[in-house]
Design a protein around this ligand. Structure first.
Ligand SMILES: CC1=N[C@H](C(=O)O)[C@@H](O)CN1
Length: 312
């Protein structure tokens, strides 16, 4: 009997499995870099074109009806609240968009921040929903949406800021002990300012960072300003305060940081559909309305794009 003619579905399936293989290869490379050194970038040496023919994940997710969201425990971006529910600005925005794309159910998959990229590539979840900054190194392993916010950095320090720390350069100059989260971009900013990487202590989250500060193990804990505001809200670390938010500077260049949603390389259909909805929400002001209850004000809204951030 003659072999059946290839119909459109069969061709689509072939293309899809090719893209899956490429995604997986990208993931393995990402795992190597991020897993080995807990790198802030979490990736390297992968084809960054992203133009691999569209992907099939949007179709698959619509059939399944559920999106699994990779989150790190970091209010106000994404976390699990005391009732065990998924909360935060990033899930609120992502849920709105996915509903409009025809997907109604959501499952959080909490991991450490430094494990977000490897977890995406090992298919533990479908999308990174953690306010992750978009930068050149990460774009080698992750297909980012446009950013939905921009933010400055800040330090948690002991009350009164006894070491007078206001920038990464201050940390380098004073040879102070810095802490940050595992895989945080702030580690690269510190290193870019001359802080020795092996002197930076990494912690699972900002709560652990505050414990380290109060115990005198570090002099400052670096992260986003919004993270620090939220961390202090609980009022459980009375010896800790935050510094004035600042724009990090590396090699004389101010680093404007924008965070977005991370998809697997090759899933351009899904990313583009997500972006289209995000852009509508930016234009209509809906994005700010959704983000406001989580502490994001007008100044956090951004005109940065993933394309430009992927170059930095
Ligand atoms: C929202 C967030 N952004 C930074 C980053 O992307 O590395 C880190 O500060 C971790 N959390």
């Amino acid at each position: 009997m003659a072999p059946p003619q290839e119909n459109t579905t069969m061709i689509k399936r072939k293309l899809a499995s090719g893209i899956r293989r490429r995604s997986l290869l990208a993931g393995v490379a990402a795992l190597g870099a991020a897993g080995a050194v807990g790198s802030a970038s979490g990736c390297s040496r992968v084809d960054v074109s992203g133009a691999t023919g569209g992907g099939h994940q949007l179709e698959d997710l619509r059939k399944k009806g559920t999106v699994r969201m990779g989150i790190a425990s970091e209010p106000p971006y994404a976390s699990i609240n005391s009732k065990g529910e998924l909360t935060g600005e990033a899930p609120a925005v992502a849920k709105t968009i996915f509903r409009r794309l025809g997907i109604k159910n959501f499952e959080p998959v909490p991991v450490e921040f430094g494990a977000l990229v490897p977890g995406l590539h090992s298919f533990q979840y479908d999308v990174i929903v953690a306010g992750m900054f978009i930068n050149k190194a990460r774009c080698a392993a992750v297909l980012f949406s446009d950013p939905d916010y921009e933010n400055k950095d800040a330090f948690l320090v002991l009350k009164g800021n006894p070491k007078k720390i206001h920038s990464y350069a201050d940390i380098a100059k004073g040879k102070f002990r810095m802490g940050s989260g595992i895989g945080y971009a702030e580690i690269d900013y510190a290193v870019g300012n001359g802080v020795k990487k092996d002197t930076i202590q990494t912690y699972g989250d900002q709560i652990a960072g505050m414990e380290a500060l109060e115990a005198g193990r570090i002099d400052a804990f670096a992260g986003t300003a919004l993270t620090m505001i939220e961390a202090l809200k609980a009022g459980k670390h009375p010896k800790v305060e935050m510094t004035e938010p600042f724009t990090p500077v590396v090699d004389g260049k101010p680093q404007r940081d924008g965070g977005g949603y991370g998809f697997r390389i090759g899933e351009t259909n899904l990313r583009d559909a997500f972006n289209r909805e995000l852009q509508k929400m930016k234009k209509s002001g809906e994005l700010l309305r959704i983000a406001k209850p989580y502490g994001f004000t007008e100044e956090f809204m951004t005109d940065l794009t993933a394309k430009e951030l992927c170059k930095k």
